[in-house]
Design a protein around this ligand. Structure first.
Ligand code: 13P
Length: 158
């Protein structure tokens, strides 16, 4: 079971509204590879990806979190912090401010902090999915935050 786990990746898929078409096309094009893995999406992205796949006769098991602005991005950041996401494919919209910009930033920050392979556009997503490391037993290396965790808080030292 644990052996299988290493090769079945947990892939987070997220897209802002004007980027959803691009993400859906990417998922359809790469279904041959993606179909073997676990997909976790923010609410609306997940619903639309699922519907698009059904139209192609594919029944996919997709974990749908809350919609991004309603906490979905924050849920995803939390899953990353818990070590439950292997890849983040997040097509965010560079031309449109979002009501939950702080959540978007938090998600991208946590993904960077935990060294999660992250695609923020389709070409990077293509590079990730076609990498020989994709689907391999790859564990992102974490920086050592021990000295930060164990830092002295001066006010409490007095
Ligand atoms: O807002 C999002 C990412 O920031 C995506 O949320 P939805 O998938 O629910 O549209």
């Amino acid at each position: 079971m644990e052996k299988e786990r290493k090769f079945v990746k947990r892939i987070a898929l997220v897209a802002h509204d004007r980027e959803k078409k691009d993400l859906i096309e990417w998922v359809e094009f790469n279904w041959g590879t993606l179909g073997a893995h676990e997909l976790i999406c923010t609410g609306t992205t997940g619903k639309l990806v699922e519907e698009a796949l059904i139209k192609k006769g594919i029944t996919a098991k997709i974990t749908k979190l809350k919609s991004g602005p309603l906490g979905g991005d924050a849920q995803l950041a939390s899953l990353i912090a818990e070590g439950k996401i292997d890849y983040l494919i997040f097509f965010w919209d560079p031309m449109e401010p979002q009501p939950h910009d702080v959540d978007v930033k938090a998600l991208l920050r946590i993904a960077t902090l935990y060294n999660i392979p992250t695609a923020m556009n389709r070409s990077t997503a293509d590079f990730i999915i076609s990498s020989i490391l994709f689907g391999s037993d790859y564990t992102p290396k974490m920086k050592d935050y021990k000295s930060y965790i164990e830092r002295k808080i001066e006010d409490l030292e007095k």
